[in-house]
Design a protein around this ligand. Sequence first.
Ligand SMILES: Cc1cc2nc3c(=O)[nH]c(=O)nc-3n(C[C@H](O)[C@H](O)[C@H](O)COP(=O)(O)OP(=O)(O)OC[C@H]3O[C@@H](n4cnc5c(N)ncnc54)[C@H](O)[C@@H]3O)c2cc1C
Ligand code: FES
Ligand code: FES
Length: 1314
Amino acid sequence: MPSHLQSDELVFFVNGKKVTEKNADPEVNLLSYLRKNLRLTGTKYACGGGGCGACTVMVSKYDPISKKIRHNAVTACLFPICSLHGAAVTTVEGIGSTRTRIHPVQERIAKGHGTQCGFCTPGMVMSLYALLRNHPEPSPEQLTEALGGNLCRCTGYRSILESSRTFCTESNCCQMKGTGKCCLDQEENQTSSSHQKNDICTQLYTKEEFQPLDPTQDLIFPPELLRMAEDPNKETLTFYGERITWISPVTLNELLELKVKYPKCPLVMGNTSVGLTIGAGCSLDQVKQILTDEVSKLPEEKTRTYQALLKHLKSLAGQQIRNMASLGGHVISRHGYSDLNPILAAGNATLNLVSKEGRRQIPLNEHFLAGLANADLKPEEILESVHIPHSEKWEFVAAFRQAQCQQNALADVNCGMRVLFKECTDTIAGLRLFYGGIGSTTVSAHKSCQQLLGRDWNTLILDEAFRLILDEISLPASAPGGMVEFKRTLIVSFFFKFYLEVLQGLKKIIKMVSIPNSHRYPDVSEKFLSALEEFPVTVSRGVQEFQRVDPNQPPHDPVGRPILHQSGIKHATGEAIFCDDLPVVDKELFLALVTSTRAHAKIISIDASEALELPGVVDVITAEDIPGANGTEDDKLLAVDEALCVGHIICAVVAESEVYAKRAVEKVKIIYQDQEPVILTIEDAIRHNSYLSSEKKLEQGNVEEAFENADQIIQGEMHVGGQEHFYMETQRVLVIPKAEDKELEIYVSTQDPSHVQKTVSSTLNIPINRITCHVKRVGGGFGGKVSKPAVYGAIAAVAANKTGRPIRLVLDRREDMLTKGGRHPLFAKYKVGFMNNGRIKAMDIKCYINGGCTLDDSELVIEYLILKLENAYKINNLRFLGRACKTNLASNTAFRGFGFPQGGLLMESCITAVAAKCGLPPEKIREKNMYKRVDKTIYKQAYNPDKLIRCWNECLDKSSYHTRKAKVENFNSKNYWKKKGIAIVPMKFSVGFGATSYHQAAALVHIYTDGSVLVTHGGSELGQGIHTKMLQIASRELKIPMSYMHFCETNTATVPNTIATAASIGADVNGKAVQNACQILLKRLEPIIKKNPEGTWEDWVEAAFEKRISLSATGYFRGYKANMDWEKGEGDPFPYYVEGAACSEVEIDCLTGAHKNIRTDIVMDASCSINPAIDIGQIEGSFIQGLGLYTIEELKYSPEGVLHSQGPDEYKIPTVTDVPEEFNVSLLTSSENPMAIYSSKGLGESGMFLGCSVFFAIGDAVTAARKERGLMEDFMLNSPATPERIRMACADRFTEMIPIDDAKTFKPWCIPIA
Ligand SMILES: Cc1cc2nc3c(=O)[nH]c(=O)nc-3n(C[C@H](O)[C@H](O)[C@H](O)COP(=O)(O)OP(=O)(O)OC[C@H]3O[C@@H](n4cnc5c(N)ncnc54)[C@H](O)[C@@H]3O)c2cc1C
Ligand code: FES
Ligand code: FES
């Protein structure tokens, strides 16, 4: 379209203020407009695809027909600004702020400790706010639905849900499982130790403080927009962009005319509805409301199709997408994963089409879904509405879906099924079966249905139906999405569920009408009916217990109290500034990375000429532009001759804007010459002898002799998949070159600013003292921002150096996942010798991790993995070997737990395997082999297991493990298709770095003349609340309230030579440095205080200034000596241990592989927690991240080494519905740790491992299923225990009947790399 044409004015409101945009660009989305044009940076970018909810805002529109204002939470990243004409947008800034008044939603999420890094918080706030605008007293189910589309990687959701739940109508008691009793009163919770001690506190915040919801605080809908909506003379609007023109017609006629003129143009909106002919423009949420209404009005038999649709409308995408996506768009898109099309097709829906020529109807059937020309829309037609007929008495409609997780995940397979019987019989008169997730569109089992017509609905048809369906719905072995055998199994499992459901339905009808031959409907035994029950969507709740502070502690002393995160309120109001929220700097340019598309190739040439010709492009940066060192020989910042993985950074485009830079990236032409070998898997690496470092070994006792004396030996292999950090804030950096002396200011999201500083220094060949790195806060790190930000920072610095202009680099989610690497996948071979009573005599374990293409932290990770592998067990004869493999994948890096989550899982799996062989419960084997007295670890460091044993016993007690285990067994004996499992695991986790130089820190504390105190230290705020803890420490040391304290930013110019904020010791070492600085200051003030003991703090500070006493001090902590001699296999690598135990219970669906997390109890030793709210938040958040690692998260790679999972659509992290329904955490009381400040402990990482209690509970449930089916009990479950793995492990007649392809005959879509 010609761009010289004059666009119409786009008018909308944002937070009550009118916005008139004269040059609205149809390609600009609301998120970008808010952040860049309006400088409203509270709304965050985290995925750009509608999948995370970080960009949630509320869009309100007035409907002149219903005279109602509709408020919808939407994802701004998918919302084109051109569709905003006449709408009112509310962002997080619009509902409250610290400058005016904060909104109750903001207050409750913050004060309820529902924020950690705070990056997801504005999105959470807005989802909740929009819910409350529509339902001021929502039900818990509505709450879960509203938050289902919002991801949080830090908190574990419990705190968010709990504080949000204070808006719900129902009492705060859980009314568990409809018993009317509170979970806390349940008999099984009457443990011997809990709730009796008055030194235990369970209140992390005071609900009574919360302001009530006050609708008068809400912005009113702008009257001008009401007038605009009612205006009878509305005109068609046209917006011309550089590449696209957007036309908003007012009437249907105008739209149809446009459709004739531009038949190929996509349509973006409509909006009408009549009865059960639902307007194509209705949002999916409106469809849900219409159907819910209809279901409540009509008899059950008429609404079976609607009920099936409603079932899927609850889990389809997140609430924001359901608010935005239209029924018409959904139907017409004909996505292969569509949840609604299979049901609409099964339910005989018809499509009402309209064009200038008139109206007509076409069926929504297999021909339409297949896109056959004679069954499709004509180019000039649009879909006006969808007609969904009522079901009939003898007709049954059902829908099933299985996805990676319960909420906000595309289905792996879904289906819509309908059967019609001849009246008063079970003879099939009509059958329609449609499946999604199988191909590029919904597919029909039409022929199978035809062949089953006239047959009776009883077990006799089942085998034939399965065979017919499997033949017809064929899935090639190399089908996109993989999981082929799982999907095939689901195809038949779903039909079996349908069979049972219909049978139940038939039986119900018989009860109501008397039918002569009712004996024909066979009974389904109670035991098999569990196949039909869906897992309910529940809101998690639980109890958090921690030690009450000593009543004699002065009230102003905040240590030990659950103090609110220093930035909590600012997170919730959107005022907290993250790296990319910094305003555009004069002459700023944007950088975008060009990465390799080949896993292993020579780079023959880089041709940037076409890119350089594009508008807005300034330069292309290659390795030749680096004035200093291009990384190291083995790990280059920018690839030179060789690309070592897909995603290897080769060069970067500098342009005037992000859009220009990203467009130009596509035009950089790189010629490759593929190289051999391409090593992707660990087994490939072993075969090619491809390693990143030497083998690490620890050994104790006489392993061979012990094997000889063992009663039994088991041997096997285990695979543990990797993990993506998926911090919500992707990697980002802003480099500002200064006019003088080559100085650079760098604002960067990092856990290690000094490393960024050093890397930039060596890359540009300038001294470190010219470079200042600033870190205000980081939107989650989890290890992914330890080494990698230095790479991105250095490349941006090269661009800044070359162009002399500020450079901003903000990775999109795809680039972030592609280039950064993640947790190391593990492959292990184990041999365990044990006695029949379960005592383990010897273990020989070889571990290999997939390190990717460069060393990064891989050598350290394998060292830590080996050091920590023994976990809580004292086994006299051990041999642990470990090696980091070099492969052609993005280089893997540090990740919370640093090898322990993988190694610990392996150890616990060995224990479980021993239990199965001995025929003993796993907890007995754990107890038998656990450390019992002070002893030496495998690396000969002394270890006292007192706290380990306490945690274990308290966890057994608090979880009522033995009582519940008996209940689980009872449940399993009564249910065939659903099984429960329960497991308890102990943990001994060593904190700290294995190198002395890392155990140091510095702090700088200034007292100003008004008495206010500025605290600075070397730690980065990642959401773990380090600054809050530091201010608590300063407050105690200086004996003044926290209100005097402020923390501004981490900055390499104020505190130099910092160590990475990692390894759980950030608060330990920096806390000691802050303490030291404060003690120095107080010592200086002592004479003044002595002189005037009745004076105030301000008096003393003033007097000190008068007396020329320095009010600024550097504190320093020279920490633990950590050493490890790998030659001798001994040392003191760790300052101390964190102990804990977790018990989890789950229920699995053996037919689909789904599971429900029912309950988790964690007992952890935090010793004297500095801040129990923060520490419990760390435990809960890391536990849920661990649960993700072990049960949900799966990285998928093509056989060519391309990462398929490049965003939240393909890579699932836990959502609100994955949190255990009951989630209790308690901190051990009366415990001390002399090694850390105020006897506290660092809890950043350890909880991650406890997520494996869910994995073992799943294993327990699968074992119960396998036992019942007569299968071997001692199977090895690999991680993650996804629905696919669970389903396939619950082997049965369905898994047996599916065709299995010969691996040699096809190329799979993805390959396992662990
Ligand atoms: C993050 C995310 C998660 C999702 N998860 C799921 C899920 O779990 N399950 C699921 O089933 N779906 C899911 N979806 C898809 C969603 O349900 C919608 O189908 C999809 O977004 C398209 O809807 P839309 O209204 O935005 O269509 P648009 O993108 O606006 O339009 C799609 C196409 O339909 C055409 N069109 C639209 N309306 C008409 C009309 N009236 N007449 C003729 N042509 C028309 C347009 O021209 C265009 O070609 C997800 C989508 C996102 C973004
Ligand atoms: S949903 Fe918009 S950024 Fe993720
Ligand atoms: S607090 Fe939710 S992502 Fe960090």
